[in-house]
Design a protein around this ligand. Sequence first.
Ligand code: HEM
Length: 537
Amino acid sequence: QKLARQPENAKTENLKAHTADATGESMTTNTGLAINDDQNSLKAGDRGPSLLEDFILREKITHFDHERIPERVVHARGSGAHGIFKAYGNVSKATKAKFLLDTERETPVFVRFSTVAGSKGSTDLARDVRGFAVRFYTEEGNFDLVGNNMPVFFIQDAMKFPDLIHAVKPEPDNEIPQAASAHDTFWDFISLTPESAHMIMWAMSDRAIPRSLRMMEGFGVHTFRFINEAGKASFVKFHWKPLLGVHAVAWDEAQNISGKDSDFHRRDLWDAIESGSFPEWELGVQIIPEEDEFKFDFDLLDPTKLVPEELVPVERIGKMTLNRNPDNFFAETEQVAFHLGHIVPGIDFSNDPLLQGRLFSYTDTQLSRLGGPNFQEIPINRPLNAVHNNQRDGHMRQMINKGKTSYGPNSLGNNDPQQVKEADGGFVSYQERIEARKTRARNKSFFDHFSQASLFFNSQSQPEKNHIIDALTFELGKVKTVAVRERMLGVLLQIDTALAKMVADGLGLQVPEGPVLNQNIPADGDPADYAPVKGKS
Ligand code: HEM
């Protein structure tokens, strides 16, 4: 029984139909037969061999044998919570998304926080990016804001994602290290990928070792689009601002905690909600008019850049409160299938090439993680509104569709899915005009990898800078290949000369001469046009 102060919402009510409470009930098999002995197998005599006939034993063990599903290929370790979102109602100029406009409505949410690299059982206090995935169960369908606790990402193009993850995950021969980026393959990749420079500054900062999941910011990272009632589009960046503020632990604390309680963040979130201290975040947006797309000295489509808050302030448009723990970790936290492609009218995508690749990846991975095409029928994934379409059958189908027709157009059906017209609120993709040649080249506007990395480093207080220097020295100190350490020092030199020098001193190495490799030069490009920015201090 939950404490009365952990309130229900429309989604948790909706989950009740799928919730079982066996208290006081007698035990049955999965076919409903009452069981009178669940503890002793059927044998030929009380010292004899077990009998194949024992269907109760077989069923119990068979189900157990299949209890596990594959963990997520990234973000395997996570903690979830239910809650609600209430809009402030101040964003109607920019979007028609109903859940962001209606101040009376409480939109149920389910949130999953995660680390990225470690396995399902790894420590919470690893130095890592944290996932911050929020599902809004809106009256217009599910909207998933699948973000992180850092505003930028390592790479600019989805094509590199498998490479990044192969580099950061434990090395393939010995599966070492668990849940840490302190190893050769990660730094080898990073040192050869200058576009990761900005993210590396964040990942080596205190942001990567949060004090609590309740004390982290969240970011949508990519530029998205808002569409208003008149059909006008603007660009938007999403932010979550924790009302408890942003706090971190120090690295030696993180290591101590990892040794003593690897569930530290999970326990903290659970206990806070259990005791009625509900964590809260305000949802913020930076809105950029379409006309201003090219007014910045970086590209809005480049996920390795943030839009400085001094240039575009964050407007707070609503508040999320996490106020209820899940009843069942597997059914809710493990089976939830987030996807940034789950959007509602009023929100749309941009052409960010990382975002575009993600649109493919999530459903694809969930098809194998959750066992086939019907995972949207799993209770935690069902939207609050009814689902009607011509999709049929497949493994584990739950819905019993009536009628003879599952095609359109048809003239025979009595449950033909209603064709919703745009005027009735059906989703219509934003009609962006595109005139282009197919190419794998990247626009030059994506090539300044170091200015924002320098900006971030120099925005830090001296103790915070020291933490970055210590983190880099610690991490690179674990790298066995000296050439990789040296190449990384070359990258750091492009960010800040003093930073490179301090880390080099810590490693007992010299800062190398010369620019780092810029991998983004197109095959037909002139390297002279793309020379990286030289060392700044
Ligand atoms: C989870 C792919 C970039 C945030 C995942 C999963 C995949 C994936 C396959 C596992 C999903 C599942 O099994 O349900 C990718 C690809 C990316 C990318 C291909 C780049 C091309 C990002 C970025 C962010 C992000 C930039 C943050 C803005 C997350 C989060 C989760 C996740 C929060 C965990 C969701 C959960 O809690 O279930 N990603 N990802 N990913 N990704 Fe990404």
